[in-house]
Design a protein around this ligand. Structure first.
Ligand SMILES: Nc1ncnc2c1ncn2[C@@H]1O[C@H](COP(=O)(O)OP(=O)(O)OP(=O)(O)O)[C@@H](O)[C@H]1O
Ligand SMILES: O=C(O)C1=C[C@@H](O)[C@@H](O)[C@H](O)C1
Ligand SMILES: [Mg+2]
Length: 173
């Protein structure tokens, strides 16, 4: 059994930030599919989208998810769109606990919109981003646990995840 904690959710929901804190507090390793892709390609996500397009990025993401899902006892932060692929969802669910970090669109944009390193949020009208946010929502609902992150800092979110998975974590020992 892989026994990983997999974090899913929209850009800016805090998967990377809360995931690192959670992994440190459990003494587990931390894996981030976006970081794996950047490392393997030697390019930033922004550069991959600009040079090769989203479809190529999704292929790299599929390989990164397969590699991450082969971990054991890790916290896995996924990219916001990793759940669009049925193959990815199957791999991420298998033997793991999946946690959806929920966020309101306004909060997500405040957190993630300004840095310029998320191509799907850049040079897009507000209505288009709102449409993407709405379109994405159903893809996250397969999670085992839902955590609302609005108004909570990343450490509080990590604490809530641990609390929600308390019995499952105890069963691993
Ligand atoms: N709970 C939180 N409260 C306030 N700010 C947060 C919180 N979680 C993350 N942030 C901040 O929001 C920004 C985006 O967070 P993060 O990169 O963790 O999101 P993500 O879900 O991993 O996004 P992506 O899907 O693009 O990888 C960062 O600057 C981070 O410091
Ligand atoms: O939601 C998305 O489709 C994305 C989220 C980010 O984590 C990156 O994986 C990339 O910017 C695409
Ligand atoms: Mg991230």
């Amino acid at each position: 059994m892989p026994d990983n904690i997999v974090l899913i959710g929209f850009m800016g929901s805090g998967k990377t930030t809360a995931g690192k804190i959670l992994a440190a507090s459990l003494g587990w390793s931390f894996v981030d599919t976006d970081a794996m892709i950047e490392e393997d390609a030697g390019l930033s996500i922004k550069e991959i989208f600009a040079r090769y397009g989203e479809q190529y990025f999704r292929e790299l993401e599929q390989a990164a998810v397969a590699q991450a899902a082969a971990s054991r006892g890790a916290v896995i932060a996924t990219g916001g769109g990793a759940v669009l692929s049925g193959d990815n969802v199957r791999r991420l669910r298998e033997g793991n606990k999946v946690v959806w970090l929920q966020v309101r669109l306004e909060t997500a944009l405040q957190r993630a919109g300004v840095t310029g390193d998320r191509p799907l949020l850049q040079e897009r009208r507000r209505e288009e981003v709102a449409e993407l946010f709405k379109r994405r929502e159903p893809y996250y609902t397969f999670a085992d646990v839902y955590i609302d992150t609005d108004g909570k800092d990343a450490a509080a979110v990590a604490g809530e995840i641990k609390e929600a998975l308390k019995l499952w974590l105890a069963s691993l020992k």
